[in-house]
Design a protein around this ligand. Structure first.
Ligand code: GLC
Ligand code: CA
Length: 554
């Protein structure tokens, strides 16, 4: 494998609206990110991915772009963006923007022109159909309801895989692709390191549109069925790589769900369409086809098996990007750890996913152990996806209380509450009123405490990051192979990372009770431990509840 500049890097996702508000309007902004660059540099992360900051009506919090060449004034100015890129470079950090090109906003000029003249040039930028008796297909949008909505005042309808304010762009039209590549190159010229590529697997539709068997009482079918039936996406993705990213050695990470094993080489192998893509095997555990209200909690065994399946699938074909949370998922520590998460358990989860083969991503606030938030009414929920799921739950017969309880476990607001900087009003995120309520636990969980306290989760993340860059262990942790260990032992997650010179054994006791595990050989050194002590007797290790260790073994 040819070595790339990003192989040993650590990425950090910023959700700008909730990161740091520099001017007291309650909305996080670019100057706020610049102010916190030293914090991020102290943490040790290298690549910063910014969720969208382009001009947008924020119907889906910026994943609905109305001008790809402008910064939304709520986030700052283009000068702020240029300054962020420059200031990041000074600290050897790289900036990724979010590339949202499966769809744009219904307020984008292209869509406005399509409404004015559906038969004209811009009509063909979207998927339009005559508004007949029947919709062209029975696909359900990701946020609930049909993917088809009327194109106002035209007698036509248009397709949206997500919200109706997010019309899908017609990638079959070469003019659309040309506009997209032009925009990507324009941003790359500004000095970006690359992009996180949103919802990209949806750009290829199986055409002509047709119905698939309905899977709920609404008569619609899951959008995943359309993904499974689409073929030929590689032509678009290969063209995009050649026209844009390849020219800049860009780092790109694709948001890809449901990838087929045979696609991995093409997607993220040598000269793949992307540098890497997220491993979502863990994120989808327990998801019900009926809707989020019917999701099940994740067990430690399921979490382990999902990680191991993904690692086996990728082998050394390329690198997955590993994560426990992002702006679309619940907080990892609330989702994957059974019961109220203690700090030792948070460290264990951090250490387990971080040392998997791949590129570790940290989502803002994860490094201080931020948790899911509580809501007492649906009005407090901003997330349009959770609102759609709430409706689905009510239709399925749940009471409003039950629906709210179920939906609050997966609401994307959990990850979007403001970053908890300190124990002061507004959690140090804003001096004004935050756009989304802060999690009331900020008195207990905040960055100021964690940075100061030697045994904090934050300091533990710094150690994890340090190991990947360590001259003794970095090579093994970045390039070493992966192999499961004692896979059948319940609530123990253990694996080897083997390099040409060193072998590391990563172990986590995924329960509050202690458990014993047999070691494969002599432990030469304890490289990392989340607790003050370790008990090793001959060939056995006695792990306390939630204990996590990395051992160098001979
Ligand atoms: C991706 C984003 C999500 C957004 C959706 C539509 O899944 O991560 O936040 O709602 O795409 O753009
Ligand atoms: Ca602001």
């Amino acid at each position: 494998m040819n070595r790339q500049w990003w192989h040993n890097k650590i990425a950090y996702q910023i959700y700008p609206k909730s990161f740091y508000d520099s001017n007291g309007d309650g909305i996080g902004d670019l100057p706020g990110i610049i102010e916190k660059l030293d914090y991020l540099s102290y943490l040790g992360v290298d690549i910063l991915w910014l969720s969208p900051i382009y001009q947008s009506p924020l119907a889906d919090q910026g994943y609905d772009i109305s001008d790809y060449y402008k910064i939304d004034p709520r986030f700052g100015t283009m000068e702020d963006m240029d300054r962020l890129i420059t200031e990041a470079k000074k600290r050897n950090m790289y900036i990724l923007m979010d590339l949202v090109v499966n769809h744009c906003s219904d307020e984008h000029l292209w869509f406005q022109k399509a409404i004015q003249d559906p038969e004209g040039e811009y009509g063909n930028f979207f998927y339009l159909a005559d508004e007949g008796e029947k919709k062209p297909c029975n696909w359900r949008s990701y946020f609930g309801g049909s993917v088809w909505s009327p194109l106002p005042g035209t007698g036509k309808q248009y397709l949206h895989m997500f919200h109706k304010k997010q019309p899908d762009l017609n990638w079959e039209n070469p003019r659309v692709r040309e506009e997209i590549y032009k925009n990507i190159n324009w941003w790359m010229e500004k000095g970006l390191a690359g992009f996180r590529i949103d919802a990209i697997i949806n750009i290829k539709k199986p055409l002509p549109f047709s119905d698939y068997p309905a899977d709920r009482e609404d008569g619609l079918c899951s959008p995943e069925v359309m993904l499974a039936n689409a073929s030929g996406i590689g032509e678009f993705l290969g063209e995009m790589r050649d026209e844009t990213f390849a020219k800049y050695q860009a780092f790109t990470v694709g948001e890809v769900f449901n990838e087929k094993p045979e696609d991995l080489e093409k997607f993220i192998g040598e000269n793949g369409y992307f540098s890497t893509m997220f491993d979502f095997h863990e994120a989808v555990i327990g998801h019900s086809p009926k809707g989020a209200y019917d999701n099940r909690p994740v067990t430690p065994e399921e979490y382990k098996n999902a990680c191991f399946t993904a690692q086996a699938k990728i082998g050394d074909t390329g690198f997955y990007s590993n994560l426990i949370e992002n702006h679309d998922e619940p907080r990892g520590v609330s989702h994957y750890l059974p019961g109220p998460p203690c700090e030792a358990a948070k460290k264990m989860l951090a250490g387990l996913y971080f040392m998997l083969r791949g590129i570790p991503f940290i989502y803002q606030g994860q490094e201080i152990g931020m948790e899911n938030t509580e809501v007492s009414s649906i009005e407090q929920i901003d997330d349009i996806s959770a609102r759609g799921e709430y409706e689905t739950a009510l239709k399925a017969g749940l009471s409003p209380e039950e629906a709210l309880a179920a939906v609050s476990l997966m609401s994307r607001d959990n990850a979007r509450t403001p970053m908890q900087w300190e124990d002061s009003p507004g959690a140090g995120f804003t001096k004004g009123t935050p756009w989304l309520s802060v999690n009331p636990n900020y008195h207990r969980i905040h960055a100021a405490d964690q940075m100061e306290r030697e045994d904090s989760l934050f300091q533990f993340y710094r150690k994890l990051i340090g190991l990947r860059k360590d001259s003794d262990y970095g090579e093994t942790l970045v390039y070493g192979s992966f192999a499961p260990y004692l896979k059948e032992q319940k609530n123990l997650m253990a694996y080897f990372r083997k390099g040409p010179e060193k072998t590391l054994l990563v172990m986590g006791n995924f329960q509050k009770e202690p458990q014993e595990a047999v070691l494969p050989g002599v432990a030469a050194r304890i490289v990392l431990n989340n607790l003050p002590h370790t008990e090793i007797k001959e060939n056995k290790i006695m792990l306390e509840g939630w204990q996590y260790v990395i051992l160098e073994v001979k």
